[in-house]
Design a protein around this ligand. Structure first.
Ligand SMILES: [Zn+2]
Ligand SMILES: [Zn+2]
Length: 291
């Protein structure tokens, strides 16, 4: 128990120092400035080449989504991620130790070339995310949390990181534990994270981009807008669950782009009554259960 406590404390303490350093000293290996730079770049593209020309530059909920962006990506993704996933991995290893299993390396990846390790990490992590995202739609209790992301009614890049902080915990725990088991460490996530942030920003941007034939591989704004459609095909819980890669939706039959959905209504049934402020939104799933 003491060991887990120490890991959590060290992670928070380390994180605080890291935070100060990140803001003070911009560099190429710095999450914070990458997020700022990518956001400004995609916003600029939206302003110069807008898909929905009548959408205001400061669209509905622009500032709310901007706040979510920093709150989620910068603070919680790193705190919760470091602390919880390290504890979970330690606990998991201790649990295996009870049965005399000290190392559960199914695939020996460390002898692979660096690019192959990276490709494997990226593909496995993305497939896990696709499955977590499906569960967020399929399990009613999880959908209450995921509604925050789907309460966006006017789409723009900052909507990418508008989601309940519980999602970070679900996604990162589900991703990190299996990857740690096959021998990947936290530092390997940096490049994957930056690439995923760029594609995710673009998926939500007010831009008409499809990447040509690469659309079967990479998620894009024209595909993702249908994920946010207010009206889904009959009997389905959702479509286009892809985060960075679109290939899983094509492989498993959940891809759905009936036409270019530039102006389709977004949200879900009853989105008009969904809370409008950050605090009301993040407490919504808890209040919902107690009523
Ligand atoms: Zn969703
Ligand atoms: Zn989205």
């Amino acid at each position: 128990m003491e060991k887990y406590f120490k890991i959590v404390v060290d992670a928070y303490y380390g994180y605080f120092n890291y935070l100060v350093n990140e803001i003070m000293y911009p560099s190429w290996t710095n999450y914070f400035w990458w997020l700022v730079g990518l956001s400004l770049a995609v916003w600029l593209l939206e302003l110069v080449f807008p898909w929905r020309k009548s959408q205001p530059a400061l669209r509905k909920d622009f500032w709310l989504d901007g706040f979510y962006m920093f709150f989620n990506f910068f603070l919680f993704s790193l705190i919760a991620y470091n602390a919880i996933s390290n504890v979970a991995v330690e606990a998991f290893n201790d649990f295996l130790g009870l049965f005399g299993i000290t190392n559960l390396v199914a695939i020996e990846v460390s002898s692979w070339p660096r690019w192959a390790q990276f490709a494997l990490l990226f593909v496995v992590a993305d497939f896990i995310q696709w499955n977590v995202h499906r569960l967020l739609h399929r399990v009613p209790a999880l959908w209450e949390f995921h509604k925050v992301h789907h309460s966006v009614e006017q789409m723009g890049f900052a909507a990418h990181l508008r989601f309940h902080w519980m999602e970070t915990i679900l996604y990162k725990s589900a991703q990190y534990i299996p990857l740690a088991m096959i021998g990947f460490g936290l530092t390997d996530f940096f490049l994957v994270h930056i690439f995923a942030t760029a594609i995710g920003h673009l998926n939500h941007a007010n831009l008409r981009i499809t990447y040509g034939p690469l659309k079967y591989l990479l998620n894009n704004p024209i595909m993702h807008i249908w994920h946010h459609a207010k009206t889904l095909p009959k009997g389905s819980y959702g479509v286009n669950y892809g985060l960075t890669l679109s290939i899983w939706d094509y492989l498993f039959g959940t891809a759905y782009i009936p036409h270019e959905g530039r102006d389709i209504p977004l949200g879900f049934d009853g989105v008009e009554k969904f809370p409008k402020t950050f605090w009301e939104q993040v407490t919504y799933p808890l209040r919902k259960k107690s009523t």
